[in-house]
Design a protein around this ligand. Structure first.
Ligand code: ADP
Length: 652
């Protein structure tokens, strides 16, 4: 029995661990990990949204640079060579973007600004800064998008990677041997098809598509970027660090390292730049300041051009920006020194070099960036913190709910299992308990019938024993019936004023013959005299009989029972004491539970229903009292009934 109990307890423990503890822990870990990533998700979402705006801005600026080039080109009449001074100043007057106009002869001699004409400050600066370059004597760094310069390599590397992926998926070893060049493409029919060489002419649309693909591949793959930058460095092409370093707002500890510019520069001469083209814009850094040179071939084989007016250019680009300031973000264009072309009326000083997202604009505006900032980073951070906090609380709540729900269900299951087991034992025990008094009664009845006891005193004694055994039987049946009635809440009491001392004495006397016949010594002591209460006589007798019966059953061989009555001004105390096996401290809390029987070998030897004490307790509680167990000094048990004393009539 105990073995089975232990086994099912350990099954339940295993079930608890498998069904509650492990799922709780796993879910907890998953939840905590995703909460920790929540901030990064919020940040990424913000960055993506802002980046989409920046991409749009970049395309606006680039389109406008094309427009500027076309406007300047179409605003030239072509006859500037004849009267340079008047034609160029008319051009400057027509177009606000023209800063310092210049004219070059077909052999790249500077025709204008002319030394003979008396030079303005700006013209002198132009000649100093650009004279050598426009006359073809010096090379300047020319910027190009690295992804376009290395477009073919990027395309090839991507194809290699794609093929490796395919091979890896197919579980093939062949991926290792894939060469970087001369790629063969698998057609659906399985026939090897020669891929057209990359330098074969492609249509314009295909070319643009390939360029865009190369740029996006380059942006998406850090590995690819590293390879391409290394290659560029080997060839002596320079990639300057970017003007800004976009940085995380919500988790500043995770700062990205400074990035390299997507534009690489290579020295080129004026003739190389203008070769095969009609007009163009050339960015130039003169003393770290960016200027844009516009040039156009003129009909005489020379070049007409100008240095763009910086303020006019800036003003025009600022005009392209969508709403600069919204409650969420600030958008602006940063110049080569990281200074914004336009700022909102922003009192707090901002580190313009640390936007949340930024993009380089164009090879025609190297080191210029479009950048986005959060209008109030603090508010976003605290919103993100709040979201995280709410998630934590939610997870904690779910965790507690799951753990306590699981514990509750398993506890209920355990007590249901215990109850089911107790009920089975109960049926066996009750059947046995019914059989014992029936056997005694039958034995005495047969002895009387066969007139084996001729002595009238003996006959009297047998009859008393039969009555006492019948009482025991009745009590047992009453216990079972009462328990059922109590369960249904149908037990009724017929209360009347009665003397508990008298009731106890009568009951002890009634049991005396049987107990003494079984070898018990039974004492009764009343220190109280009368002890009146309002109560149901039969019910109280039943409670007391249950205690007496237990004292007898659990005597453990020491056949002595002492009943005494004492009292306090408020209560009447009836003690039923024995020198039996006693109850352990742990069991003493449970023995008043229904069907509960102490789990030890001395108790197991005695048959019982586990209903005696709970019924007695219920009856006494229904009379406003209580029953307590105390270990008896010198061994054994004391079960104490405490009943509230009824005031004598006339007493208040
Ligand atoms: P039953 O005696 O039929 O098993 P009870 O409800 O009367 O049921 O008692 C519950 C348990 O309390 C018993 O199984 C026994 O372990 C313990 N018990 C009750 N009375 C005594 C006593 N006088 N001495 C030792 N143990 C007792």
């Amino acid at each position: 029995m105990t073995m089975r109990k232990k086994r099912s307890a350990s099954h339940l423990r295993l079930l608890f661990v498998l069904a509650v503890v492990i799922p709780c822990l796993v879910l907890g870990v998953i939840a905590i990990r995703s909460i920790n990533r929540e901030k990064a998700f919020i940040e990424l979402r913000l960055q993506r949204t802002l980046d989409a705006e920046l991409v749009h801005m970049v395309s606006l600026v680039n389109a406008d640079l094309d427009r500027i080039r076309e406007e300047l080109a179409s605003s030239l009449t072509g006859d500037e060579s004849a009267a340079p001074r008047s034609a160029l100043s008319a051009w400057k007057a027509r177009s606000p973007l023209v800063g310092v106009p210049f004219l070059l002869s077909s052999d790249l001699q500077i025709v204008w600004p002319s030394l003979s004409g008396g030079l303005s400050e700006e013209e002198r600066a132009f000649l100093n800064g650009n004279g050598e370059f426009v006359t073809g004597r010096a090379a300047i760094p020319v910027y190009q998008n690295i992804a376009l310069v290395y477009k073919d390599e990027i395309t090839r590397s991507r194809e290699v990677l794609d093929r490796k992926d395919q091979f890896a998926k197919a579980g093939s070893e062949a991926a290792e041997a894939t060469p970087g060049l001369g790629l063969k493409k698998e057609t659906p029919s399985g026939v090897q098809e020669e891929k057209p060489a990359l330098n074969e002419p492609q249509s314009r649309v295909e070319e643009v598509e390939a360029q865009q693909k190369a740029i996006s591949d380059f942006e998406m793959s850090p590995d690819l970027r590293k390879v391409v930058y290394d290659q560029a460095r080997e060839k002596g092409q320079q990639a300057a660090p970017r003007t800004v370093s976009p940085s995380a707002v919500l988790s500043p500890e995770k700062q990205a390292p400074p990035q390299e510019s997507i534009f690489i520069s290579e020295p080129r001469r004026f003739t190389e730049i203008t070769q095969g083209r009609e007009n163009g814009l050339i960015p130039r850094f003169v003393r770290d300041k960016l200027t844009l040179l516009f040039w156009k071939r003129n009909p005489h084989g020379g070049f007409t051009g100008c240095v763009l007016d910086g303020d006019a250019l800036r003003g025009r680009l600022v005009g392209l920006l969508p709403e600069v300031f919204t409650p969420v973000r600030i958008l602006t264009i940063l110049d080569e020194n990281g200074r914004p072309l336009i700022t909102p009326d922003d009192k707090e000083s901002r580190d313009w070099r640390r936007p949340i997202a930024a993009r380089e604009i164009s090879e025609r505006l190297p080191r210029w960036e479009v950048a986005a900032y959060l209008s109030s980073p603090g508010a976003v951070a605290s919103r993100a913190n709040l979201t995280t906090l709410i998630l934590w609380i939610l997870v904690l709540f779910l965790f507690v709910a799951m753990a306590s729900g699981g514990t509750y269900i398993l506890n209920t299951l355990r007590s249901e299992m215990v109850l089911a087991r107790q009920k089975t034992t109960f049926v066996a025990n009750v059947s046995h308990e019914l059989k014992t008094p029936l056997t005694s009664i039958r034995m005495f009845a047969e002895m009387l019938k066969e007139r084996r006891a001729s002595d009238p005193a003996k006959q009297e004694k047998y009859l008393d024993l039969m009555v006492s055994e019948t009482d025991r039987l009745t009590r047992l049946i009453n216990n079972v019936l009462d328990f059922a009635r109590m369960e249904r809440g149908e037990r009724k009491y017929e209360k009347k004023r009665l003397d508990v001392a008298l009731l106890c004495e009568g009951l002890v006397d009634g049991q005396r013959v049987r107990l003494e016949h079984n070898g018990f010594e039974l004492t009764f002591q009343n220190d109280l005299g009368e002890a009146f209460i309002e109560g149901d006589e039969e019910a109280l007798k039943q409670a007391l009989l249950n205690l007496l019966s237990n004292a007898e059953k659990y005597c453990g061989g020491v056949k002595r029972i002492d009943v005494d009555i004492s009292g306090t001004p408020e209560s009447i105390l009836v003690n039923v004491k024995d020198r039996g096996i006693g109850v352990s401290l742990r069991e003493s809390k449970k023995i008043f539970e229904e069907f509960y029987r102490a789990d030890d070998s001395p108790t197991a030897k005695v048959r019982g229903s586990g209903l005696g004490l709970p019924i007695a307790l219920r009856i006494v509680r229904d009379h406003g009292g209580d029953i307590h167990y105390f270990p008896r000094d010198g061994g054994g048990s004391v079960f104490q009934i405490r009943l509230p004393r009824q005031k004598r009539q006339g007493q208040t």
